[in-house]
Design a protein around this ligand. Structure first.
Ligand code: PGA
Length: 251
C-alpha cells in the first residue's frame, strides 16, 4: 500500500560547530541529481540554522529546529519560539523528543502546547513518542504510545502540519533496535489511533517516522516496514556519508 511520501530527518542534537558545515555542503552535493522518493531534512542546533538554511537554499533539503517554546515571544531567557524558527528559515520543528521529556521534564501537555505553537507559526511539528525499556518489558508499549499521542497532538492536527516519530527510548543512541515485527506492531497501532482521531484520509496521510539507532546498515530493513514513512536519525545524521547511506533506502 502506498503511504505518504517518506521523510528522512537528521537530528544533530547539541552537536555542530561552524566547521561541521562542510558536512552539509557535502550532503547537498551528494544529493544533487539523485532521484529520491523521500523528503530530506536536517535539524541543526539553533546557532547553525541560518548558515545551514543559506547553504541549502538551492537544494531540496529542508531545515528544522529541535525544539521551541509555546509562546510566540516574551521574557523566556534562553528559549526560541516557533516564529523565530520560521523567521530563520525552518519549515519544521521537533517537539517532545525523549531527551527533552526525561531530562527537562516535558509533559504531554507541554509537548502539545509546543506542537500548537508550531502550527501557529506555520511549521510542521515532528512529535516524538516512545516507550522506555521498563515500559516495554512490562508489556505497556502500546498503552504508553497511545497515551503520549493523545496527550501531545494539538487540536485540528492534519497531515500537512504534523509528523509523528516513534522512537523507543531504549533504542536511542544505544545501537539497539526493535525487530521489524516490533516496529510494525507499534506503527500499526499509531496509525489506528491517528485514523480514529483524524479520520481515514488525514490519519493515513500523516507520516509516522521510526527513530532510534537508524544506520545505513539497518535502514533498508527498518524503513521498509509497514506504516513506516521515514526516519528520524540522530548520530548517523552527523556525517554526510552515513546520512546519505540511510536516505538511499529511498533512492
Ligand atoms: P540515534 O538518535 O539515531 O542516535 O539513536 C535518534 C534520535 O534521538 O532521534
Amino acid at each position: 500500500m502506498a503511504g505518504p511520501k517518506a521523510l528522512v530527518a537528521g537530528n544533530w542534537k547539541m552537536n555542530g560547530l561552524t566547521a561541521e558545515l562542510k558536512e552539509v555542503r557535502l550532503l547537498a552535493d551528494m544529493l544533487k541529481g539523485v532521484r529520491l522518493a523521500c523528503d530530506v531534512m536536517v535539524c541543526p542546533p539553533a546557532t547553525l540554522i541560518r548558515p545551514v538554511v543559506q547553504l541549502l537554499s538551492n537544494s531540496r533539503i529542508k531545515v528544522g529546529g529541535q525544539d521551541c517554546h509555546a509562546a510566540a515571544a516574551g521574557a523566556f531567557t534562553g528559549e526560541i519560539s516557533a516564529e523565530m524558527l520560521d523567521d530563520a528559515g525552518c519549515t519544521a520543528v521537533i517537539v517532545g523528543h525523549s531527551e527533552r521529556r526525561t531530562r527537562y521534564c516535558e509533559t504531554d501537555a507541554m509537548v502539545k502546547d509546543k506542537a500548537e505553537a508550531a502550527r501557529r507559526a506555520g511549521l510542521t511539528a515532528i512529535i516524538c513518542i516512545g516507550e522506555t525499556l521498563e515500559e516495554r518489558e512490562s508489556g505497556r508499549t502500546l498503552e504508553v504510545v497511545s497515551r503520549q499521542l493523545a496527550g501531545s497532538l494539538p487540536a485540528g492536527f492534519a497531515s500537512d502540519d504534523t509528523v509523528i516519530a516513534y522512537e523507543p527510548v531504549w533504542a536511542i543512541g544505544t545501537g539497539r533496535t526493535p525487530t521489524r515485527d516490533q516496529v510494525e506492531e507499534v506503527h500499526r497501532h499509531i496509525r489506528r489511533d491517528l485514523i480514529e482521531k483524524a479520520g481515514e484520509e488525514q490519519g493515513t496521510g500523516i507520516r509516522v517516522l521510526y527513530g532510534g539507532s537508524v544506520k545505513p546498515e539497518n535502514a533498508a530493513e527498518l524503513l521498509d516496514a509497514d506504516n513506516v514513512d521515514g526516519a528520524l536519525v540522530g548520530g548517523a545524521s552527523l556525517k554526510a556519508a552515513d546520512f546519505i547511506g540511510i536516505i538511499k533506502a529511498y533512492a
